[in-house]
Design a protein around this ligand. Structure first.
Ligand code: NAD
Ligand code: UDP
Length: 330
């Protein structure tokens, strides 16, 4: 039934969504660890330049495919990571049906593929399954507070359905499926037009534009640097017994959006000021992961605080936007 993986053997790993922000860092880390990587992506929100440098890597293969359709892979797969899904609210709300079907049909197709190959499966779920949480911090046994008819539902409910599919396949003994609940992650390779908070505020500061604060700015988020997240994804995929529960991966450091804006204004040499905009419908008021499970089951904890990750991210955006790093970072 469930194949036992040998840590010493080179694995053939499929990464769906591998041309995206997180997925491309995961592809890099898997190749660095000596694995063979097959990246599957439709380039809906992913960027060719994220994986361009891997084009000539002998252990890397790119397949352009939309996971809403089934796929066949001839090579024997050992592991399947499913990161395919637009993740930023403006992007996932642009075509809600696509978002929902990417999570539901896409996850079903990839689970089926993992079953055919006897491969381990890891689903990139989200803290959004907790909705606007009534429990704080959020533990994995909290069932959440999601509006199933609102504009965020295509993402939140799609991801919840995908989790249900994973645990059904696990209970049936069909796939060794594992689920990570990812909390807000940031770092190099986010798109300048991504629409999420860190990319928006950093790009606005670098361009001397007003920093857009939605609502009062008193809502909170907990920000995880991308390399910490990638380590967590690989730790869960490679851990011995299946934990048979979702695992939160995130940085418990919690900041208001106003505090984050102040940090960015302190770091960037900018003339930007703050401007307030309406709070989007169903915007969660606060969010912080309880990472006890990740610590105990995986020995995982984040290493990069916001005070370290933010300057690195600003420097990367300055370069990506063609600005000189020295002229922009204080
Ligand atoms: P991203 O938008 O940069 O990456 C998503 C990738 O999936 C893109 O390359 C996109 O082209 C691809 N994709 C989308 N729909 C597809 C489809 N139907 N078929 C094939 N490919 C498709 O976002 P990200 O931040 O890198 O997020 C990666 C995963 O992690 C997503 O599943 C997201 O839901 C999850 N996640 C991310 C965060 C975060 O803060 N970054 C938080 C929670 C969950
Ligand atoms: N946000 C903001 N200004 C922006 C973008 C986002 O104030 O330019 C707020 C948003 O309303 C939310 C928080 O920042 O309260 C995080 O938003 P993001 O889209 O990054 O992620 P999510 O809401 O999915 O956690």
């Amino acid at each position: 039934m469930l194949e036992k993986l040998s840590a010493r053997r080179q694995q053939t790993v499929l990464v769906a969504g591998g041309a995206g922000f997180v997925g491309s860092h995961l592809c890099d880390a898997l190749l660095d660890a000596g694995h063979r990587v097959i990246c599957v992506d439709s380039f809906l929100t992913g960027r060719p330049e994220n994986v361009g440098p891997l084009d000539n890597h002998p252990a890397f293969k790119m397949i352009t495919h939309d996971v809403r359709s089934p796929l066949q892979i001839e090579e024997k797969l050992d592991q399947v990571y499913n990161l395919a899904c637009p993740a930023s609210p403006p992007h996932y709300q642009a075509d809600p049906l696509l978002t929902m079907m990417t999570s539901v049909a896409g996850t079903a197709h990839l689970l089926d593929l993992a079953k055919q190959h006897g491969a381990r499966f890891l689903q990139a779920s989200t803290s959004e399954v907790y909705g606007d949480p009534e429990q704080h911090p959020q533990r994995e046994d909290y069932w959440g507070h999601v509006n199933c008819t609102g504009p965020r539902a295509c993402y939140d409910e799609g991801k919840r359905a995908a989790e249900a599919l994973c645990f059904d396949m696990l209970r049936a003994g069909s796939v060794d499926a594992r689920v990570v609940r990812i909390f807000n992650t940031y770092g190099p390779r986010m798109r300048a037009d991504d629409g999420r908070i860190i990319s928006n505020l950093v790009v606005q500061a670098l361009r001397n534009e007003p920093l857009t604060i939605y609502g009062s700015g008193e809502q909170t988020r907990s920000f995880c640097y991308v390399s910490d997240l990638v380590n967590g994804l690989m730790a869960l995929m490679e851990s011995g017994p299946n934990p048979e529960q979702p695992v939160n991966i995130g940085n418990p450091g919690e900041f208001t959006i106003a505090e984050l804006a102040d940090m960015i204004l302190d770091l960037v040499d900018t003339r930007s000021t703050l401007v307030h905009r309406p709070l989007p419908t169903d915007d969660p008021q606060r969010r912080r992961p309880d990472i006890t499970a990740a610590r105990e089951l995986l020995g995982w904890a984040p290493k990069i605080p916001l005070s370290e990750g933010l300057p690195r991210t600003i420097a990367w955006f300055a370069q990506d936007l063609g600005l000189s790093r020295r002229s922009r970072l204080k």
